[in-house]
Design a protein around this ligand. Structure first.
Ligand code: THU
Length: 135
């Protein structure tokens, strides 16, 4: 049976866009926001958080997913990512795709938005084919 959620896809994208306002991105000037929907309809958001030691930077998607997991939700059912600074659809990086797979599975819908809020929907399997899976 198809699951029904209270929040629409465009509302989830809008929450991702709003989350980007809290981004800490003084090095790249590229602010990103993400929003994840969890099983019971709850939503967790996140932004990218950069660091002077560049490798310590965390992407918006992982911030949002880890917010959900640390609040007790180990299953995410939808992910939206957006940047108010991108004319192109904002796509999750490879590490975030792998993290999304861990908690969302290959059928997870991923909504990738541009600066105007237009978005394209993918499944995680489209974004991360032939993925390494839990053994
Ligand atoms: N970034 C994200 O937050 N999500 C992505 O999927 C791609 C990249 C961030 C990391 C860094 O702070 C900035 O965008 C530029 O790479």
């Amino acid at each position: 049976m198809q699951e029904e959620h209270l929040i629409s896809d465009s509302e989830l994208v809008e929450m991702a866009m709003q989350a980007a306002e809290n981004a800490y991105a003084p090095y790249s000037d590229f602010k990103v926001g993400a929003a994840v929907l969890v099983e019971d309809g709850g939503i967790y958001v996140g932004c990218n958080i950069e660091n002077a030691s560049f490798g310590a930077t965390v992407c918006a998607e992982r911030t949002a997913i880890f917010n959900a997991v640390s609040d007790g939700y180990k299953r995410i059912v939808k992910l939206a990512v957006a940047s108010p600074l991108s004319r192109n659809y904002t796509m999750p990086c490879g590490i975030c795709r792998q993290v999304a797979l861990e908690f969302g599975g290959k059928d997870l819908p991923v909504l990738c938005a541009d600066m105007s809020g237009l978005y394209k929907e993918y499944t995680l399997e489209q974004l991360l084919p032939e993925a390494f899976m839990k053994f």
